[in-house]
Ligand binder design. Structure first.
Ligand code: G6P
Length: 606
C-alpha cells in the first residue's frame, strides 16, 4: 500500500520524472499524492550528480485525490531539480486531507519524508516530541519521522544516513521510509516489510515500491531486503540496519517489458489485462513443463500441503484444492492467509506451504509464512513479481509470468495461477500432456469469449444487472471457487453487493433473500454438478429470482444465458464472463474499473 518513487540523476526535471513514476504506482493507493524536490541554487547539467550544488530548499506539492493527467497546473511544472521523492497514499492514520498526505516535513522544513507502513509505537514518540517542542501539522503516524530525523541531523549533527538508522530502529511495525534534506545530494531509505527497489540507470538512480515504476528507465534493479538501508547519491550504497555495516548490492535484471506496463490501445488496464489472458495461458502450457515437474516432485514428497492466499489469490487456492482432489487425488488444505496464523499449530518440518500471490507482498501472506519458516516447514512461492518478499521467502519458487498487473482487481494473475494449478495437478497424476492440451483449448475459448458476438451478450447482461442492488452467484464443485471469484470481481469494481456461495448452501439461509427480480448467476457446466445446480436455479426462480446461466447448453430455467464451452474444468474459462461483466458494470456506472474506491492492489499493512 502507498506508492513511493524517488529520483536522483543528471536530468533536470526530477518532478516530472517522479510524477510519471507515481502514475505507474497509483494502483498502490490513490487517496492523495505529493512530491518533494530539492531545489538547488544552481542546476548543473552534470553527469556527476555528486557535484550538484545543493544549498537550497525543499519544495513540496501535495493534493487530495488521484494524480491529474498532467503536472501542468502544479508549481513544479517550471521548477528544475535533479533530486526528489514522491508518494501516492492509501490512508491508514488520519483522514484523506492535504496535511495528512506525504511528504511530511520537520519543524525547519529542511527534511522531507515518505512512508509506507504503520508505526505501531508512534503515540508515545509523538507525545515526547511534542513535549520537546516539535510542532505537528498532521494526524499521521508518519510525521514523527521527520521530527526524529531533525533531532539527529540538525541538533546532533549526524549524517542523514546515521540519523535514518537511529530513527528506523526506534520504530515498531513493518515500514519503508525515504528521506531527503536540503544540504546533501542524496536520497536515504530504509525498510523492513514494505517493498523498496532501487533502479540503476546511466547517471541516474531511482527508488520505487515496484519495479514497474522503474521499467521505463532501466531494467537493472536492486531488490532491497528487510533491515537494509540505502544511500543514493553518485552511486548506490547499501547498509545493514542492524549493525550499520556496508553490504554489497546485487543488481538483477527485470524480464518484463515496458509495453506490458502501459495501457496501449485499451481504455483501461483491466480490459487490457483480460485480453492478455489467452497468451499468458499459452505460454504457461508451452514453456512451464520442466519447472512444473520439479515442483510436483516436491509436492509428492511433502507430508501435508497447504495453499494460502488473500482475496483473489485465496480463490485460486480453493480452486487448487478441487483440482488436486479431482485430477491428482492428492489431499491439500487451504485457508485465507489471514486465518492461517490461527490454524497452523500442526505444521512440522515436513509440511509444505504454497503461497499464491500476485504482488508477492501481501502482509497477510507474509506473516504466516514467517511462522511456518520458524517451524522448519518448506515454502513453495507461486507469485507474479520477481524479487518480491514472498518470492524471496520461497525455498522453491515459480513466477506466474502474467507480466505487470496494474488494475486493482486481479484478472490475468488469477488465470495464470489457475493454469499453473491445472498443470501441477495433472503433473501429479503423471498426465501433463493432457493439461497442455486442455490449456490450449482454453486459449481458444477465452479468445472467443473476449470478442464479438460473445461481448455483445455479456454487455447485455451487464446492462440488466447494472440497476440491481444485490446479485447472487452459485456453483458447485470447482465452480464454487469460480462463483466466489466472480462475485468478488463484480463487487470490487461495480460496488454492487454480490455474494458467491455453493449451490447446496443456498437453502441453508441465503434463499431467504431471494425476492421478485433478484438476479442469480448460475454456473452450470456440463459435469457432475449440472443437475443439482439447475435444481437450485429452479428453486430460486420459483421465488421470483431472475436466472443468468453460464454454461455450454441453454437450460429452460435461464432468463439470460452466456455460453461458455465445457473444457473439463469450470475453473478457468467460466471466470472470464465475470471479469467482463464486472468491467462493463463499472463502465456503465461511470466508475473507474482500474481504481476502485478504498482498495489497494498491494496490501502491505494488516
Ligand atoms: C488486495 C487486492 C486483491 C488481491 C489481494 C491479494 O486485496 O485488492 O485484488 O487479490 O490483495 O493480493 P496478492 O498480490 O497477494 O495476490
Amino acid at each position: 500500500m502507498c506508492g513511493i518513487f524517488g529520483y536522483i540523476g543528471s536530468k533536470p526535471n526530477a518532478s516530472q520524472i517522479i510524477f510519471e513514476g507515481l502514475k505507474t504506482l497509483e494502483y498502490r493507493g490513490y487517496d492523495s499524492w505529493g512530491i518533494a524536490i530539492q531545489k538547488q541554487e544552481s542546476i548543473r547539467q552534470a553527469q556527476d550528480v555528486s557535484r550538484i550544488k545543493n544549498k537550497g530548499r525543499i519544495e513540496i506539492e501535495k493534493q487530495v485525490g488521484k494524480l491529474p493527467a498532467k503536472l501542468f497546473n502544479s508549481k513544479f511544472s517550471t521548477l528544475n531539480s535533479q533530486l526528489g521523492i514522491g508518494h501516492t497514499r492509501w490512508a491508514t492514520h488520519g483522514g484523506v486531507t492535504v496535511p495528512n498526505s506525504h511528504p511530511h516535513l520537520d519543524c525547519t522544513d529542511q527534511i522531507a519524508v515518505l512512508h509506507n507502513g504503520i508505526i505501531e509505537n508512534y503515540h508515545g514518540i509523538k507525545e515526547k516530541l511534542i513535549q520537546d517542542g516539535h510542532k505537528f501539522k498532521s494526524e499521521t503516524d508518519t510525521e514523527i519521522i521527520p521530527h526524529l530525523l531533525e533531532n539527529y541531523v540538525l541538533n546532533k549533527k549526524m549524517s542523514l544516513l546515521d540519523a535514518m538508522r537511529k530513527t528506523f530502529n526506534q520504530l515498531n511495525g513493518l515500514n519503508a521510509i525515504v528521506a531527503i534534506n536540503t544540504n546533501s545530494s542524496e536520497i536515504v531509505a530504509a525498510k523492513n516489510g514494505s517493498p523498496l527497489i532501487v533502479g540503476v540507470g546511466k547517471d541516474e538512480l531511482f527508488l520505487a515500491s515496484d519495479s514497474a515504476g522503474i521499467l521505463p528507465h532501466t531494467k537493472k534493479v536492486i531488490f532491497m531486503k528487510d533491515n537494509e538501508m540505502v544511500r543514493l547519491g553518485s552511486s548506490v550504497e547499501l547498509f545493514s540496519l542492524l549493525d550499520g555495516k556496508a553490504l554489497k548490492p546485487e543488481i538483477e535484471t527485470v524480464s518484463w517489458d515496458i509495453e506490458q506496463a502501459v495501457r496501449g490501445k485499451y481504455k483501461h488496464f483491466m480490459l487490457k489485462e483480460i485480453n492478455e489472458q489467452p497468451l499468458i495461458i499459452e505460454t504457461i502450457a508451452k514453456s512451464y513443463t520442466n519447472k512444473i515437474v520439479e515442483l510436483a516432485t516436491i509436492i509428492k514428497k511433502a507430508k501435508g500441503t497447504f495453499f494460502i492466499g488473500s482475496g483473489t489469490a485465496f480463490h485460486a487456492c480453493l480452486a487448487g484444492t478441487y483440482l488436486f482432489s479431482n485430477i491428482a487425488k492428492h489431499h491439500v488444505n487451504t485457508a485465507p492467509a489471514s486465518e492461517f496464523n490461527y490454524l497452523e499449530d500442526f505444521l512440522t518440518p515436513n509440511s509444505l506451504i504454497i503461497p499464491l500471490s500476485q504482488s508477492g507482498e501481501t502482509i497477510d501472506v507474509v506473516e504466516p509464512l514467517n511462522h511456518a519458516k520458524k517451524k522448519g516447514s518448506t515454502i513453495m512461492s507461486i507469485v507474479n513479481v520477481l524479487g518480491s518478499t514472498i518470492y524471496r521467502m520461497g525455498d522453491h519458487k515459480l513466477l506466474l509470468g502474467a507480466g505487470p498487473e496494474k488494475a486493482v482487481a486481479s484478472t490475468k494473475a488469477y488465470i495464470a495461477k489457475i493454469a499453473i494449478l491445472i498443470m501441477l495437478s495433472y503433473a501429479l497424476a503423471d498426465k501433463l500432456d493432457e493439461a497442455k492440451r486442455l490449456l490450449l483449448q482454453t486459449v481458444k475459448e477465452i479468445d472467443r469469449l473476449i470478442k464479438q458476438p460473445s461481448l455483445t451478450q455479456i454487455k447485455k447482461v451487464a446492462k440488466f444487472l447494472s440497476s440491481k442492488e444485490h446479485i447472487y452467484v452459485i456453483g458447485r464443485g470447482g465452480a464454487y471457487a469460480t462463483a466466489l471469484e466472480g462475485a468478488l470481481k463484480i463487487k470490487e469494481v461495480s460496488y454492487i453487493h454480490t455474494e458467491g456461495l455453493p449451490g447446496g448452501e443456498l437453502k441453508h439461509g441465503t434463499i431467504a433473500l431471494i425476492d421478485k427480480g433478484t438476479p442469480c448467476i448460475v454456473l452450470a457446466p456440463n459435469d457432475e454438478t449440472h443437475d443439482a445446480i439447475i435444481s437450485n436455479a429452479t428453486e430460486i426462480k420459483a421465488r421470483g429470482g431472475v436466472i443468468v446461466g453460464i454454461s455450454s447448453k441453454k437450460s429452460p430455467v435461464f432468463d439470460q444465458w452466456i455460453e461458455v464451452k465445457d473444457l473439463g474444468s469450470p475453473l478457468i474459462t467460466h471466470v472470464v464472463p465475470f471479469q467482463l461483466l464486472a468491467y462493463y458494470l463499472a463502465v456503465i456506472k461511470k466508475l473507474d474499473p482500474d481504481k476502485p474506491r478504498n482498495l489497494a492492489k498491494s496490501v502491505t499493512v494488516k
